[in-house]
Design a protein around this ligand. Structure first.
Ligand code: FAD
Length: 382
């Protein structure tokens, strides 16, 4: 990981400009039309975002988790959905970088970094989300290949992406169940198709899809780490960075909603004065800004620990839980500040209100998250 702060500061300044000039002007229209932001993807390639956390030796930017989190937050202050185009892609990349063979790293990481190959992670199935060990997609070994059969659902970048990390069962009868799970890097081809694009409450413009594997053949060289039975740990090993990423989205959204509410409250007048001067609104603004600031601090605490290579499972969990709930609460509070106009797409707060709840679901629901936090508390105290 690079820790050259001037390079990181320069990157953040570039991102700020890009968000202002490219993201902000198109957010509302694209979201309303559920239209894919193709131009943004090309710009993301140029900015190096598809390789943000990939090591420099493999062609990435090698950014620290702290800088990466700041980039994600700044994007989500304005529009959360585009962050999903490179976030789950980078989780796939981190699985390869952490657990892949040298040959897999050399083959895939440079292509991931440029965006030539891009996609995300295929874990969830129609009958298994939180209980990932209950997946049913089977990978059966045949000579030098594995043959995949089954269905994934809710997969981000499933349509526009051309490559996904797919969690499978290589031994459906294994006990404990995780010992029969293996992860494959699958480039699209015959037998790997998109079932349907899913309609969504929020997080629009970004494709979420059902994926169908029907006798899809993948080379045994694409089995991450080259050994069966490690897939569950490989996926779980990426969760700290994944949670920091969701937390950073939440902190950004919480701040963005606060900023929108503040400016509206300073502008809108009732009973002869700006509503920002009514105490009921002041209480909301104060609570929102405090929540947003606390979320940001929790994200940085977790990211700093991650960068120092210290254990940060508890901190990443706390940041994910708090920041995602802060995004939901601040979006709702901002709706109150906007009054009737909160219901109009003319103002963008209604998008925040629709986008934020996803953060409480992805990378481990907040129910599961709290049980994990409590278990870690007990483990650390034992
Ligand atoms: C827009 C969107 C994008 C997504 N992108 C991806 C993606 O790119 N890749 C991917 O693999 N998946 C993706 N997902 C799926 C997401 O990760 C799952 O929806 C999530 O893991 C929850 O699984 P589930 O929906 O099956 O809910 P379930 O696991 O069925 O849970 C239902 C409810 O029960 C609770 N619950 C379940 N078990 C417990 C327990 N033991 N204790 C307490 N409470 C429990 C949950 O918290 C939840 O409230 C996406 C989902 C959405 C909506």
């Amino acid at each position: 990981m690079s820790h050259d702060s001037s390079v990181e500061q320069q990157m953040l300044a570039t991102i700020d400009k890009w968000v202002e000039q490219e993201l902000k002007p198109i957010a509302r229209e694209h979201d309303q039309a559920d239209e894919y932001p193709t131009d943004l993807v090309e710009q993301m390639k140029e900015l190096g975002l598809f390789g943000a956390t990939i090591s420099e030796e493999f062609g990435g930017l090698g950014l620290s988790a702290s800088t990466y989190a700041r980039i994600v937050s700044r994007i989500c202050e304005v529009w959360m959905a585009p962050s999903g185009i490179f976030n789950s892609h980078l989780i796939m990349a981190s699985c390869v970088e952490r657990a892949g063979t040298q040959a897999q790293k050399e083959h895939f990481l440079p292509k991931f970094a440029t965006g030539e190959l891009r996609g995300g992670i295929g874990l969830t199935e129609p009958d298994a989300g939180s209980d990932l060990q209950g997946i049913r997609l089977v990978a059966k070994k045949e000579g030098d290949n594995y043959v995949l059969n089954g269905t994934k659902t809710w997969i981000s970048n499933g349509i526009k992406g051309n490559c996904l990390a797919v969690l499978t069962k290589t031994d459906p009868d294994a006990s404990p169940r995780h010992k029969g799970m293996s992860l494959f890097i699958c480039e699209k081809g015959e037998g790997f198709s998109v079932g349907k694009k899913l309609k969504k409450l929020g997080y629009r413009s970004i494709d979420s899809a059902e994926l169908i594997f029907d006798d899809f053949r993948v080379s045994k060289g694409n089995l991450v780490g080259g050994e069966e039975g490690k897939g569950f740990q490989q996926v779980a090993g990426g969760l700290e960075l994944g949670r920091i990423n969701i937390a950073a989205r939440g902190a950004g959204m919480a701040k963005g909603a606060t900023n929108m509410a503040l400016h509206y409250a300073m502008d809108r007048k009732t009973f002869g004065k700006p509503i920002a001067e009514h105490q009921a609104i002041q209480l909301k603004l104060a609570e929102m800004s405090t929540r947003a600031a606390a979320a940001e601090l929790l994200v940085h605490q977790a990211a700093d620990k991650f960068d120092r290579q210290e254990r940060c499972d508890l901190e990443a969990g706390q940041a994910k839980f708090f920041a995602s709930e802060a995004a939901v609460q601040n979006s709702l509070d901002a709706m109150r500040v906007f009054g009737g106009y909160s219901y109009s797409p003319e103002y963008e707060i209604e998008r925040f209100y629709r986008d934020a709840p996803l953060l409480c679901i992805g990378e481990g629901t907040n129910e599961i998250q709290r049980t994990i936090i409590a278990k870690q508390m007990v483990a650390r105290a034992s």
